[in-house]
Design a protein around this ligand. Structure first.
Ligand SMILES: [Zn+2]
Length: 422
């Protein structure tokens, strides 16, 4: 008993010591944003906005547009247009983007990004509405990525309340097509990323590791579509051209294209063929998942696949190959690393230790598009600590991470604007 009291007291002393390094009035302004932040988060989670639910995406983008406008930004919707990169799963009309521009009195330009779409299908919300249990706020898409949209809104609200205008420009770009690899938004992220001094992407961090991501893998897909000739499998198999056996040959000769020493991975993951058991299959298809650490490796692996395809077992079978660049890799530039080290200092002001994720973990990110043509700092996972992305039973964010994360993002914007980030 005595011991736990002692531990508690020591904890309080530590906490107040740590918080004493936090800047005022920034800290108290951020603290006052916690309750309104949760309200915003609830309103965002209460709108279903799956990547293929254009109606829901219209609704959520209208709400976000209004919020950013009320904060004093010039706001516009951007409809997916001719710059779209069409992939096999790209819908006819992906969600529109919301772009907001805040003009300040300084010179630095900062880009904030997050996405409004989710992986969930319409109707799932009823089973899992927004709810708070202890330190957890649950809801569909709450971590991925509605917390990020709310974080941007309330970071800007904090700056407004502080009457902070020392930046040159803060640009916000929120997209509605992240979960389908950003066919429409990618070109905008790349263009804006190169035009800004720093980019902060507000995907969630992790519960198990209070981190930001500085590097992510690039993702591509190889798809083979084979067309042969159907024939009766019993009566006249010799008159057919078997697309399935040709596919099997191609997969076999392309099974070892991974190069672990370069971080290149290529693995066959999907296939289908044929229509009936008694018909020589005229069609077959297969897809491979590709991961790379450097964008040039996309070209390397595409060339290897093309080279292999020159050899066919049955040249009468027609093969079409499609190499889709789903997401580029994000490489840690020196500037990114420096900015992340500064972010770590800022985070320590509120008693937190920021983990710098310099090894690619898991999926790709829109931040990689923003960093594609610049070495300016691009930092991913600036959002709250969250868990359970893409798992509808269990997605939540840690409420205790609202203030530290909002403090960190706001302070970074302020310090970059005033040239203090070193
Ligand atoms: Zn996301």
């Amino acid at each position: 008993m005595k011991r736990s009291v002692f531990t508690l007291a020591a904890g309080l002393v530590y906490a107040s010591f740590a918080l004493s390094q936090a800047q005022q009035p920034l800290l108290s302004t951020v603290q006052a944003q916690k309750a309104p932040y949760l309200k915003t988060l609830e309103s965002l989670v209460s709108i279903e906005s799956g990547s293929r639910d254009r109606e829901g995406l219209n609704k959520i983008s209208a709400l976000v547009h209004a919020r950013l406008k009320a904060l004093g930004a010039q706001v516009e919707f951007i409809e997916p247009g001719e710059r779209i990169y069409k992939m096999y799963d790209t819908p006819e009309r992906p969600g529109r983007m919301v772009k907001a521009v805040f003009k300040g009195n300084g010179s630095k330009k900062i880009l904030l990004i997050a996405h409004m779409d989710t992986v969930y299908l319409k109707g799932m919300l009823a089973k899992q509405p927004f709810r708070v249990e202890g330190d957890r706020a649950y809801g569909l898409g709450i971590a991925d990525d509605k917390q990020g949209v709310a974080l941007i809104i309330h970071t800007l609200e904090t700056l407004k309340q502080l009457k902070f205008k020392d930046y040159g420009q803060i640009t916000v770009l929120l997209n509605g097509d992240e979960e389908i690899s950003s066919p429409a938004a990618r070109a905008y992220f790349t263009e804006l990323g190169a035009q800004h001094d720093a980019t902060f992407s507000c995907e969630a961090s992790q519960v198990k590791s209070d981190r930001v991501a500085l590097t992510t893998a690039g993702i591509a897909a190889v798809t083979l579509e084979l067309t042969g000739k159907a024939s009766h499998a019993g009566a006249a198999p010799e008159l057919g051209h078997n697309a399935l056996t040709e596919l099997a040959f191609q997969i076999q000769q392309m099974r070892d294209l991974s190069d672990p020493s370069l971080g290149i991975k290529m693995n066959w993951t999907l296939s289908s063929a044929g229509t009936n058991r008694n018909v020589i299959p005229a069609v077959a298809s297969a897809s491979a998942d590709v991961r790379v650490l450097h964008k040039e490796d996309f070209d390397t692996i595409e060339a290897r696949v093309k080279e292999k395809l020159k050899t066919q077992q049955n040249p009468a079978v027609k093969i079409e190959m499609n190499f889709e660049r789903r997401r580029p890799p994000m490489v840690t530039s020196d500037e990114t690393l420096k900015m992340a080290q500064y972010a770590k200092k800022v985070y320590a002001e509120v008693g937190r230790e920021l983990v710098l994720g310099t090894v690619a973990a898991g999926g790709g990110t829109d931040a990689a598009f923003a960093g594609l043509e610049t070495t300016n700092p691009v930092i991913e996972s600036m959002g709250l600590q969250g868990f359970g992305s893409h798992s509808n039973d269990d997605e939540y964010v840690l409420i205790s991470s609202i203030e530290p994360r909002m403090y960190m993002l706001t302070k970074l914007i302020m310090d970059i604007s005033q040239g203090k980030n070193h």
